[in-house]
Design a protein around this ligand. Structure first.
Ligand code: NIG
Ligand code: FE
Length: 399
């Protein structure tokens, strides 16, 4: 047994275990002059230093603020090639969807990624995951989706499996864009071959579909979801990024873990999310990078939804390598308060991954936490362009 008392915490700030919906997202516990007792990777006690139980081993954190480790519930961190030419074209005025429809965009990342080996994918993804972890992300979701070809999709998930030895990852099979020909055969193959293989080899815990005018229809998404659930995989969806075609309503009706993007959501989609147990995940990096409207974070919370936030780290729509930056952007772009943003980036992000053992600094939870550079936790949502996170602890161990 190893037991350490972390002391000299100027301020310990945490949401309660989640998910937290609506106004409850603003309710943080703040303990001044705190201490945190960790045993074998789990939190066993949190409170004021003067009431801390005695333990021989202590770790002085130097009088700074401590918050839960951030959880990034949406990344496409495994890819090859780059989208720098797309970026130049887009800032000159060519829309993202036009580039995709012309065979570029996601399709160009698919060509490069499908040509890479597992080892090459691991080497490309590792520094991206290091950057995310340094920014405070202690659990990171990683999607496939740049493979298209089933072997290439599986190679992406195998790369995530290798990287899971170094990072705490949550792997998702993403059915991203349909092939330009034989689309019906492709969806059938996803249901009859790819999902059964991924489930049998436990290569992913969830299946995600890009439900969009330029990608999969609501009916195709439903078929894929039904198959995933038959194989005991959870489902989640990329919906309402450009057009609200019904993916949100479908997902809420099928007990999806989360609906992600929501930039084009209106009152009907907000109401569906608020009435469901599905988490609404906003991705402010996409708003910044593509110049899209912001996902309605404020309206979702006011309606009573559980809102999470993520980086959506990917080469095309969100080259955001910092979960802290995503949190800071959600306050500026999506109208979240700092407290709501912390809840969205911790317990609610955990819920978006189906995880209930992390995201809150309370007894029984994983000891994933951050020591900031200063004594006030609000540096976390405030800071832009430099990293307010000093140390990242995963399971009580400094990484
Ligand atoms: O979450 N919208 C679809 N998928 C990704 C973008 C992928 C890409 O552009 O390469 C997203 O934004
Ligand atoms: Fe995405």
């Amino acid at each position: 047994m190893t037991e350490t008392l972390f002391t000299n915490i100027a301020q310990l700030v945490t949401p309660a275990p989640g998910p937290q919906c609506g106004a409850a997202m603003r309710e943080l516990t703040v303990i001044e002059n705190a201490a945190l007792l960790v045993r074998d990777g789990l939190i066993v006690w949190v409170g004021a230093k003067k009431e801390a139980p005695f333990t021989p081993e202590t770790h002085d954190l130097g009088g700074v603020a401590v918050v839960p480790g951030l959880i990034d519930p949406h990344t496409h961190a495994v890819w090859a090639g780059n989208r720098l030419a797309d970026f130049e074209a887009r800032v000159a005025g060519v829309p993202y969807e036009t580039i995709l429809a012309a065979g570029g965009g996601i399709r160009s990342s698919i060509a490069a990624t499908a040509a890479a080996t597992v080892n090459q994918l691991v080497a490309l993804a590792r520094p991206r995951l290091v950057a995310l972890r340094q920014s405070g992300a202690t659990t990171i979701e990683v999607k496939s989706g740049y493979g298209m070809d089933f072997d290439a999709e599986v190679r992406m998930l195998r790369a995530a499996q290798v990287l899971d030895r170094e990072f705490e990852l949550s792997p998702t099979l993403l059915i991203h864009v349909p092939p330009t020909e034989n689309r019906e055969d492709y969806v059938r193959g996803v249901c009859e071959t790819l999902i059964p293989q991924v489930a049998a080899e436990t290569l992913a815990t969830a299946v995600d579909v890009f439900c969009e005018a330029e990608a999969f229809s609501v009916e195709e998404t439903r078929r894929i979801f039904v198959t995933a659930q038959t194989h005991s995989l959870r489902v989640k969806v990329h919906a309402d990024q450009f057009h609200a075609i019904g993916g949100t309503e479908l997902a809420c009706g099928m007990n999806a873990l989360s609906v992600d993007h929501l930039e084009a959501s209106g009152p009907a989609q907000i109401a569906a999310l608020a009435a469901s147990g599905t988490v609404a995940t906003i991705l402010p990096g996409v708003t910044l990078h593509l110049g899209l409207p912001a996902g309605p974070g404020r309206a979702l919370i006011d309606a009573g939804a559980a809102v999470a936030l993520g980086t959506d780290l990917n080469p095309g729509s969100s080259p955001v390598f910092s979960m802290q930056m995503a949190l800071a952007l959600a306050v500026r772009l999506n109208g979240l308060t700092p407290a709501e943003a912390l809840t969205a980036a911790t317990v609610n992000a955990a819920a978006a991954l189906g995880l209930s053992d992390r995201g809150s600094l309370s007894a029984g939870m994983r000891a994933d936490f951050l020591a900031l550079h200063g004594p006030d936790w609000r540096e976390l949502p405030y800071t832009l362009g430099t990293n307010p996170v000093r140390d990242v602890f995963v399971g009580g161990v400094k990484r």
